[in-house]
Design a protein around this ligand. Structure first.
Ligand code: COI
Length: 358
């Protein structure tokens, strides 16, 4: 597949790596493709994929995405290895999740070959934006929106799929390696039978109020509970793992939890390390008891943006729940090393997870 490229006439100045933060800067171009259900045969399909200068997207004010939230997004990173090569990490997993999300909220998602080719063509054009600095990467944001202007509540007939990119450093900012988390006992992120497993904007809108209040109280993020307020679901925008009573556990995917690519990779790495994790419902009670008995050894979040993010303590109703020694534990450290060694091409990719961009 050959995707046409129109280069920008006004390339931006690259920001210095120390200013990257997360998602503050956008690169020079975007990859974009349209879907229309009009017509028959080849006209009823994805048309005109291209890489063009980064620019606002013309959108009808009646577009379904703006009214009923028919939208999906993905997040993955392009890593520049120590050998200079650029690698994508498990992009087909992002495609799979977008397909599953599209089935849930009745959208048309691009086929695998188109999805991957758009990412590759975009990264080739944006090569100078893919950072060389340690711990930095080029964050890719594939996005699918419903563009048909129509106010009846039904699935849109037209869609736009695009990819934008941002050079990124640390998600939580520089400073401490660990984060403080508030156990959220009022708001919930997702409900059984709902859209918690889909990476759609509405789930993130639902999370904002709790995250804002947690920040005002000095926490980095919240620990989400289920609708019964008894079981653990996620941490902030990440999946969550616990090491307690000598075992590693993570909540099983029950339809309310986002199936994270890093979560899946961590499960596979833990198997490789000879310490497989249990996927099962985890009660808050269990966590509090383990901490009380000095058996809550580690808690960490997993996600593309923040990678492996250790938690030093949990706050619940004004009380502090201790986690291990309050610093990064050995399991989180080992996982971070193994994962980033594969992503940056420092160790052999025995899982076949990386896709080098030629
Ligand atoms: C990720 O960690 O991949 C995320 O989805 C976080 C993003 C919403 C900033």
């Amino acid at each position: 597949m050959n995707i046409p490229v129109e280069l920008t006439k006004q390339p931006k100045t690259l920001p210095p790596a120390k200013e990257f933060g997360f998602g503050r800067f956008f690169s020079d171009h975007m990859a974009i493709v349209e879907y229309s259900k009009d017509g028959a045969g080849p006209s009823r399909s994805w048309k005109n994929p291209k890489v063009t200068p980064y620019a606002p997207i013309p959108l009808d004010p009646g577009a379904a995405v703006l009214h009923y939230g028919q939208e999906l997004f993905e997040g993955l990173k392009a890593y520049r290895g120590d050998d200079g090569k650029v690698r994508l990490f498990r992009p087909e997993m992002n495609w799979k999740r977008m397909q599953a999300g599209a089935a849930r909220i009745c959208m048309q998602a691009p086929p695998l070959e188109l999805f991957i080719e758009m990412l590759k063509s975009f990264c080739r054009v944006e090569d100078r934006w893919i950072p060389k600095e340690p711990k930095c990467a080029f964050y890719l944001r594939p996005t699918l929106i419903a563009t048909e202007a129509f106010l009846g509540v039904r699935p849109s007939n037209d869609y736009l799929f695009y990819v934008i990119g941002s050079p990124v450093g640390s998600y939580y900012g520089e400073g401490s390696d660990t984060v403080k988390i508030k156990v959220e006992t009022e708001f919930v992120r997702a409900a059984p039978g709902g859209i918690g497993a889909a990476k759609t904007g509405g789930n993130y809108a639902a999370s904002l109020r709790a995250a804002l209040e947690a920040k005002q109280e000095g926490f980095a993020q919240v620990l989400w509970l289920d609708t019964t307020k008894k079981h653990i679901e996620e941490v902030g925008t990440m999946n969550v793992f616990f090491k307690m009573n000598g075992k590693i556990v993570t909540p099983s995917l029950d339809g309310t939890i986002l199936p994270g690519v890093t979560r899946d990779s961590v499960l596979r790495l833990l198997e490789e390390m000879g310490t497989p994790a249990e996927e099962r419902p985890i009660s808050l009670e269990e966590i509090l008891t383990a901490s009380h008995n000095g058996k809550l050894e580690e808690v960490f979040g997993t996600g593309t943006a923040a990678s492996i993010s250790p938690v030093d303590s949990l706050g619940i109703n004004g009380e502090r729940v201790r986690v291990g020694e309050g610093k990064t534990g050995p399991v989180a450290s080992e996982l971070l090393k193994r994962l980033t060694d594969i992503q940056y091409g420092r160790s052999e990719d025995t899982f076949g997870w990386t896709l080098a961009i030629g």
